[in-house]
Design a protein around this ligand. Structure first.
Ligand SMILES: [Zn+2]
Length: 257
C-alpha cells in the first residue's frame, strides 16, 4: 500500500463522536452453539461458557487495531472496540477476518455529512468529492478487550507487525534505502513503537539530539518522531521475518518520470 492511498484516507477528519446511540444490531453466529443472535454479547452474558477465548490470530489483529486507533468502550465490566475507516474494503476485510468477535460494518457517516462537518469545524469549504463515507464496526464485549490504550500493547505479535508494516511501511531511498513506518495519525507513538521493535530485536534510527536521526545512504532520517526508521539491512530482515518482500513496501522502480 503506497503513500498515495494513505494521504487520500487522511484528507478528511475522522469522526470521533459517541457511537453508543447508534449501536447497530448485528446478527452473528455463536461459535459454540452455532445459533444466530442479534447481539452475541447478550448471549455471552447469559451463557459465559459459550464465549471462547480470542485466538492468536484475533489477538494479533486487535493489537494492530489498538495501535492504529480503535476506541475501547467499557460495558458491563467487559470492553468492546469501535473501529472506523473510510475504506469499505479495508473494514470489511478486517471484520471478516476477526470472525465471530466482530459485527458487520455499516456507514456511520456519509461523505456529504463528513464534508459538512469538516467545513463547519475548520471554517473552510470541503468538497464532497474530497471525502469518503465513514465506515464503522463494533466487536462483541469480551474480557480480553480491556485495553487502556496503545501502550497496553506490550509486545508485537508477528501478525500485528506484518499488518503494521504492510499498512504504513514505505521504502525510502531506492535500492539502499531504509524502511519508514509512518504512524502519524495513529494512536501509537513513534517512541512506543521503537520500544516494541527493540523488544523484537529490530533496531531503529537513533536521534542525535538535534531532532535529526542518523542520515546515511542506508538509513535516511525523518524529522518527525512518529516516523520510525529501520535501517537498510535490519529492514530487509524484518520484511523477511513477517513474510513481506521489498515490492510490498516500495513503489516499483521505473525510469519514466
Ligand atoms: Zn452459544
Amino acid at each position: 500500500m503506497g503513500l498515495r492511498k494513505r494521504s487520500n484516507r487522511r484528507r478528511c477528519a475522522f469522526y470521533a463522536g459517541d457511537l453508543s446511540d447508534a449501536y447497530v444490531t448485528m446478527t452473528t453466529t455463536c461459535p459454540t452453539c452455532s445459533d444466530e443472535y442479534d447481539k452475541l454479547g447478550n448471549h455471552f452474558q447469559w451463557r459465559p461458557d459459550h464465549r471462547p477465548e480470542l485466538s492468536d490470530r484475533q489477538h494479533g489483529i486487535i493489537d494492530y487495531l489498538i495501535l492504529r486507533g480503535a476506541t475501547v468502550r467499557d460495558e458491563n465490566a467487559k470492553s468492546r472496540l469501535e473501529v472506523y475507516s473510510t475504506s469499505e474494503a479495508w473494514i470489511t476485510d478486517v471484520s471478516d477476518t476477526l470472525g465471530w468477535v466482530a459485527g458487520d460494518p455499516w456507514v456511520q457517516q456519509s461523505a456529504s455529512d463528513v464534508a459538512d462537518r469538516s467545513s463547519r469545524r475548520y471554517n473552510v469549504d470541503v468538497a464532497v468529492d474530497d471525502c469518503s463515507d465513514l465506515w464503522a464496526f463494533t466487536t462483541v464485549p469480551h474480557p480480553s478487550l480491556d485495553y487502556g490504550g496503545p501502550t497496553d500493547v506490550e509486545e508485537l505479535r508477528p501478525l500485528t507487525l506484518r499488518l503494521l508494516v504492510s499498512t504504513v511501511g514505505e521504502w525510502v531511498g531506492l535500492l539502499f534505502g531504509s524502511l519508514h513506518l509512518d504512524v502519524r495519525g495513529w494512536d501509537v507513538s513513534g517512541d512506543h513503537l521503537r520500544g516494541l521493535l527493540s523488544k523484537r530485536g529490530v533496531p531503529t534510527a537513533e536521534h542525535n539530539g538535534d531532532g535529526y536521526a542518523e542520515d546515511s545512504p542506508t538509513c535516511r532520517y525523518h524529522y518527525d518522531d512518529d516516523v520510525v526508521v529501520v535501517p537498510h539491512y535490519d529492514a530487509l530482515e524484518l520484511l523477511d521475518s513477517v513474510g513481506l518482500s521489498l515490492s510490498d513496501v516500495a513503489e516499483p522502480i521505473t525510469f519514466q518520470n
